[in-house]
Ligand binder design. Structure first.
Ligand SMILES: Cc1cc2nc3c(=O)[nH]c(=O)nc-3n(C[C@H](O)[C@H](O)[C@H](O)COP(=O)(O)O)c2cc1C
Length: 203
């Protein structure tokens, strides 16, 4: 399946084969492709809380307002955004120095700029949402290419998720993505015509 096929064929599936178990290597491969997502300053503002055991999926069910796909899928992944991704800057740009892509002096300037930007809390929050959402999309496309279906979900109680799954304050729950072997058809989900959504040059 090429990228455009995966994009066209991915639609939200809410009915999954409950007997199917995802092999660990498929999960690893999907996640490994997911983390190739781009991110601002390459700060990689994401954590993936993999909810896979029957017990934990059942715990998630009421938190996701009883949307059954969270238990019927092979796995539900809570995509979390890092609101303090500036804390990753030293590591990320330290690697750039080691690779010879920049000098230590430039690195210090970039890292200082990043910390400056993150003094604004709203900036950190927005960046977490933007960048983790890109990873969530990548996750669904990687799953599709590996022969799985998925559904993204914003319908869940973020504070209960945080509490039950011990999510540190630093990470904001962005989306749940249930992944599994689809059994039902996707609901029809037409799109606005291209000419309604594409603006050339200027409004
Ligand atoms: C941020 C976000 C939140 C969503 N939340 C839910 C949800 O809580 N439950 C659900 O069944 N579908 C949810 N969806 C799926 C959308 O309904 C679906 O993507 C949309 O109708 C387009 O259909 P398609 O994904 O089949 O192409 C969500 C999608 C997105 C992107």
């Amino acid at each position: 399946m090429n990228t455009i096929e995966a994009m066209r064929e991915r639609h939200s599936i809410r009915k999954f084969d409950t007997d199917h178990v995802m092999p660990e290597e498929d999960l690893q491969e999907i996640l490994d492709a997911t983390i190739e997502a781009p991110s601002s300053w390459n700060l990689q503002h994401w954590k993936f809380l993999v909810i896979q055991s029957d017990e934990k999926k059942e715990e998630l069910l009421p938190i996701a307002y009883n949307q059954k796909q969270v238990v019927d899928g092979d796995v539900t992944i809570a995509v979390l955004g890092d609101e303090q991704a500036n804390q990753n800057a030293d590591t990320v740009f330290g690697e750039s120095v080691e690779l010879g892509h920049m000098t230590e002096e430039i690195k210090d300037k970039v890292v200082a700029t990043i910390h400056g930007a993150y003094e604004n809390e709203k900036f950190g929050h927005d960046e977490a949402l933007i960048n983790a959402s890109l990873a969530a999309m990548q996750l669904m496309l990687a799953a599709k290419e590996k022969g799985y279906d998925s559904v993204p979900m914003g319908g869940f109680d973020a504070s209960k998720l945080r509490e039950n799954f011990n999510i540190p304050e630093r990470y904001t729950p962005v989306m749940l993505v249930a992944i599994g072997k689809g059994t039902g058809e996707a609901r029809t989900s037409p799109r606005f015509p291209l000419e309604d959504v594409v603006i050339k040059d200027s409004f």
